[in-house]
Design a protein around this ligand. Sequence first.
Ligand code: CA
Length: 224
Amino acid sequence: MRVLLVEDDPHLGPVLARGLREEGYATDLVTTVADADLHLAVHEYDAVVLDLGLPDGDGSVLSRQVRDRGLPTAVLILTARSTLSDKVAGLDGGADDYLVKPFDHPELAARLRAVLRRPRSVVGPVLEAGDLRLDPATRTVWRGAVVIPLTPREFALLQYLLTHAGRVVSRSELLEHVWDAHYEGGSNVVDAHVANLRRKLDVTGLQNPVETVRGVGFRIGPTR
Ligand code: CA
């Protein structure tokens, strides 16, 4: 397993790197966002152990990048920031786990083993079609720079359509995947929700991304 350790503390960095190597991880230690970025572009890591307070920026940009690129890399954040909102922001920003300093090395080792055991890309990368973007981790949808607030059901609908971009998705397929097994209404509920979704995605000057294919279902083009 190959680990990228991003830690600028001149004492902690080398100590952590040594500890990780002793446990058999091929460990590269870098101290800046820029250097980490370079390493991530060149090598494939199984995990990134990431300090947030770095000399040239906030380490969280790196965890977001790992997810945006859809890299199969676990991200474990190490930080002195310990408030609830810091933790939520770290995890929503693409981290798999979060460890508050000070910590003991055995805990880091155990958490690293745990994140490495999980199958990768459970959340998946950001989905895009043209000017439409959907981030499964933060549950945010944009058209261009405009954030589109959606209900959980509309979000799930859009996520399913984007996951199958370019293909026509039938009403019954949407019912099967977006509504739970206990739903007993008719398929016109799909039309009602798609209509709401289309209305919300209607941003002035941009073509609506959700296309109705008469008699068959709905489609979001791969690009438009
Ligand atoms: Ca630091």
